[in-house]
Design a protein around this ligand. Sequence first.
Ligand code: ADP
Ligand code: MG
Length: 252
Amino acid sequence: MKVSAENIHLSYGAREILKGVSIESSGHSFVGLIGPNGSGKSTLLKCIYRILKPDAGQVFLDDQELLSMSVRSSARKMAVVAQHNYYNFDFRVREVVLMGRAPHKKALERDNAEDYRIADEALKTVGMLEFADRSFSTLSGGEQQRVILARALAQQTPCLILDEPTNHLDVTHQLQLLKIVKNLDVTVISAFHDLNIAAMFCDRIYVLQKGEIVGCGTPEEVLTPELIRKIYNVEAEIAHDSSGQLHVLFRA
Ligand code: ADP
Ligand code: MG
């Protein structure tokens, strides 16, 4: 599966937020999107997951143009874990995860035993099965986020779009959630604000600044002191740990 956004333009009123952005991910690639607050990461992802319609440019799932597809068929290909807001919906956790099965069902078709099995399997994967009968609104932000990932897993799509999926999670659950995603055989595009987390999991990283892609490559290629100074206006050193993993060290 390949997801690509080509030459996306989007303005809010007179303000141009995305100025001709192209990104793609295919096969089993984990692609990251970094950039300062307000650079347009969420806006770009919203164009990809169909919440916003670009003023110009197109999104493709494989070779099909997104807006030419039914919502149901794009939802069979692409699942989303959006930037976390405190959700206040009054459903049980299992019901929230079962919503991920909707694109696979006919209108008004009831959830069957297979749907329940898939939902519980997804809850087990994110370590939330014991919460299945809890009211979703009583969960902590991090627990809610893991349930929302379970809903995306239950959707069984070949492509996952994530917007800062590990906000609100402690380090254990940050790594757990991203390891789960990394081990899936899916195409991933994910926004990150933590450069070290991005470096740990991404095969490739795009850098967005003021609505334009200003860098793209492997973490080693992209995360340099020069780029970090240019984008974030902070001084940083790059180090490697004993396993060879890159880390960004910020200087005060
Ligand atoms: P990021 O996710 O990189 O932090 P966003 O895509 O959320 O950035 O936002 C990009 C810019 O668009 C920001 O300046 C933000 O204030 C602005 N913006 C986002 N949503 C809206 C909206 N609905 N109306 C007007 N401006 C918006
Ligand atoms: Mg954002």
